[in-house]
Design a protein around this ligand. Sequence first.
Ligand SMILES: Cc1cc2nc3c(=O)[nH]c(=O)nc-3n(C[C@H](O)[C@H](O)[C@H](O)COP(=O)(O)OP(=O)(O)OC[C@H]3O[C@@H](n4cnc5c(N)ncnc54)[C@H](O)[C@@H]3O)c2cc1C
Length: 324
Amino acid sequence: MGNNVIAFVQCHDGEIKRTQLEAVSEGARIANALGGGCVAVVMGSGAADAAAGLGRYGARTARAIGDAAVAHYNGDIYGRTVAALAREHDAAVIVASATAAGKDLCPRVAAHLEAGYAADATGVRVEDGKLLVTRPVYAGKALIDVGFESDVAVVSLRPNNFEVSEGEGSAEVSEAQPVLEGPSAKVLETRQTAGERADLTEASIIVSGGRGMKGPEHFQLLEELADVLGATVGASRAVVDAGWRPHSDQVGQTGKTVSPKLYIAVGISGAIQHIAGMRTSGCIVAINKDPDAPIFKIADYGIVGDLFEIVPRLTEELRKVLQN
Ligand SMILES: Cc1cc2nc3c(=O)[nH]c(=O)nc-3n(C[C@H](O)[C@H](O)[C@H](O)COP(=O)(O)OP(=O)(O)OC[C@H]3O[C@@H](n4cnc5c(N)ncnc54)[C@H](O)[C@@H]3O)c2cc1C
């Protein structure tokens, strides 16, 4: 077993999102602690362009796979390719951001390599040469440290939980070929649902609405607040079940796990299943007319009152401050 670390990086038209840089920086930190190097495996359209700058984030080597077969995420081909490169580079650890693609990819890579897998890590450290991963359990109520019995470890990293470190380094970039042999689903099309806003799992600010919004038409209030803050709009399950917002907006145990710097919960009671998806947010602000709403127990700042009065005033004040 070697001591190198593979950091998986997904790109689109040569662009890389911040969460992917988190994986490279964390991969480099782990590699340093293990005495190896970080190899960024960059897949998607424009991979060669994207790979060129990854040395600044700690990658010693970058392998670019920009073949047409990987232009859209395909778990079969991506899984085989990352596993093959992990073998080629004698990797001890494979990390990827726990985005939708990363969550699909990691277990596949672990199966190919017969490696242990720790999902949704909020912390990773090396002690006495061994990898230890901290991850939330019991709907986020507790944290556990997980070790590995296998020689190789695969870890997905909760987005927005790991620092991006930028320096002066440069990576040796070379192309690699995707592993196309073997059964594979054919991806015909990938549709963008998030519009112009960042995906919920990657957003640094989220404004979420609950049943207290009273109807889909009132989400316009949250859209306006989100526009001022550069935020993404989320929702509770009650809202999604009522058909007010699509399921892709749902935050919680049966929706998305998010970890933005700022989470504003508007008219959301704070049921355990909702909290499971957002409790690791950096700063939680709750707006609710019920002073006993459970959301206030985990909120850093709470505003007790009618959201229909508070949200428009908040938007107006923030607009004055942020747009001047
Ligand atoms: C297996 C399972 C999985 C689940 N998964 C999820 C999940 O992934 N995500 C999720 O969110 N839920 C999930 N739930 C549902 C969860 O238990 C709650 O039912 C749900 O989160 C409640 O949504 P809510 O807070 O919007 O609604 P409510 O609980 O009805 O709360 C509405 C809140 O709005 C406040 N309010 C009302 N009017 C106003 C006003 N004018 N101004 C200010 N505040 C106001 C009220 O005081 C209240 O606190 C799951 C449940 C189960 C059983």
